[in-house]
Design a protein around this ligand. Structure first.
Ligand code: 5AD
Ligand code: SF4
Length: 450
């Protein structure tokens, strides 16, 4: 195995159930291409991840006490001129994200179980905040070239990086400065890697890129998706993250025509006020985003929409914020990520007048998240009573249970033998919560038309 990037030490501590054990492995997988190798010792690690369990209050308290120790290790490393990034993942992160950051300032980032695919991005963001860059000694080509041949995926889903960098220069964002210009891997290299993954039993790939739909390889992203859909064994294709500006006709058409392309789209809008969108340099308006989603829904009516939002951008008034709530109400998101605006030195927005007080940001974030959370519940509730194809991915929390994903990226828990992992089965959806669905293998294998 060749090294792809300077080796960084990754320590993952896993609490709780089997599902967390699997998730920890997946986190190690997505971080490996960034040069992270697992270590057994938290002391001295470059990245510490606590994959937590929320089942009992005691389990949560254990996490806080562990964080106390890690805080001291982080201080020791910093005193010696080093740096340690501390991430809290898993169910505690999901349940009390903001509280963890408040209670333990040594924590750099909190990531819920639905967002592990964004871990590299979130970590890069935490690093950039301290002026550091991941895998800085390597050019994009070198990193990608080193990748094929060394992937031995352990699961039935995998991430496949196809694009890096960003030329959009949203005024709040550091990515264009730290990650540099947009770069796309050649389609042939992506296909070769996808074939290799499929040969190892991978049935679903998620194409990754900071601006993945700006993919500039042959045929654009739509062409790439169509070719990947031909790879034997590869039944499901997803991609993230997209910019509205690059959502072209060909890609929209692919959503209606390519069966393997899953009906889920992460399409950040950031805000709903045109005044704010202009100040953000987003190159779209609320209206153009709404029309775009309308077009996508015309091609694929059941598509689950996801987005990113920033509240408290400089100059954002109460009225501007209400325009964001209005846009959210119109779109009806299946899931979303929302953030308080955070001032990034060197970006244009950091120097803008009208910085919004933190209490106002907190209050707006809470209102936005309440609405998004309602929508997520409504979306999941609407699945109850349906029969959907579920890719069975890993053992569940209890013996005899497995967890899979619906086409809409919902986690589905059901009773099934582990021997079915890797298969796509018709599942009757019986119940829903905000974060997941419960179902049963359908007695009739017939699926609803997708
Ligand atoms: N402050 C808050 N959120 C930010 N994001 C990017 N930069 C900032 C910032 N300075 C969010 C955006 C982006 C996501 C990856 O992170 O919503 O889509
Ligand atoms: Fe690029 Fe996304 Fe950052 Fe905008 S928010 S500059 S599109 S990475």
């Amino acid at each position: 195995m060749t090294e792809t990037a300077p080796s960084r030490r990754l320590y993952i501590k896993t609490y709780g159930c089997q599902m967390n054990v699997y998730d920890s492995e997946r986190m190690a997988d997505v971080l490996r291409p960034l040069g992270y190798a697992l270590t057994d010792e938290a002391e001295g690690a470059d990245l510490v991840v606590l994959n937590t369990c929320h089942i009992r209050e005691k389990a949560t308290e254990k996490v806080y006490s562990e964080l106390g120790q890690i805080k001291r290790m982080k201080a020791r490393k910093e005193a010696a001129g080093g740096a340690m990034t501390v991430a809290v993942a898993g169910c505690v992160a999901q349940a009390e994200g903001a509280e963890i950051m408040a209670r333990q300032p040594a924590v750099d980032l909190v990531v819920g179980p639905q967002a592990y695919h964004r871990l590299p991005e979130l970590i890069a963001r935490a690093h950039r905040a301290s002026g550091e860059r991941l895998a800085a000694d390597f050019t994009a080509d070198e990193k990608f070239d080193a990748l094929p041949g060394e992937r031995a995926p352990t699961g039935v889903t995998a991430f496949l990086t196809v694009q890096e960098g960003c030329d959009k220069f949203c005024t709040f964002c550091v990515v264009p400065y730290t990650r540099g210009a947009e770069y796309s891997r050649p389609a042939e290299a992506v296909l070769a890697e996808a074939e290799q993954l499929a040969a190892h039993g991978v049935r679903e790939v998620t194409l990754l890129g900071q601006n993945v739909n700006a993919y500039a390889g042959e045929g654009g992203l739509a062409g790439l998706v169509r070719r990947l859909a031909q790879v034997p064994g590869l039944d499901r294709i997803r991609y993230t993250t997209s910019h509205p500006h690059d959502m072209d006709e060909a890609l929209i058409a692919a959503h209606g025509e390519v069966e393997a392309l899953m009906p889920y789209l992460h399409l950040p809008v950031q805000a709903g006020s045109d005044r704010v969108l202009r100040a953000m340099n987003r190159a779209h308006t609320a209206e153009s985003y709404l029309r775009l989603v309308e077009k996508i829904r015309a091609a694929r009516p059941d598509i689950a929409m996801s987005g990113d939002f920033i509240v408290g951008f400089p100059g954002e008034s109460e009225r501007d914020f209400e325009a964001t709530l209005q846009l959210v109400s119109e779109i009806r998101y299946a899931s979303a990520f929302s953030f308080k605006y955070s001032r990034r030195p060197g970006t244009p927005a950091a120097a803008m007048p009208g910085q919004v007080p933190d209490e106002v940001k907190d209050e707006r974030l809470a209102r936005l998240q309440a609405l998004l959370s309602q929508q997520q519940v409504a979306f999941n509730d609407a699945t109850v009573g349906r029969t959907v194809p579920v890719l069975l991915e890993k053992p569940g929390r209890h013996p005899g249970q497995v967890v899979g994903r619906s086409p809409y990226l919902q986690a589905v828990h059901l009773d099934a033998p582990e021997s079915l992992i890797g298969e796509i089965r018709a599942v009757d959806i019986l119940a829903a919560s905000r974060g997941s669905l419960a179902g049963a293998l359908s007695p009739s294998p017939r699926l609803e038309p997708a």
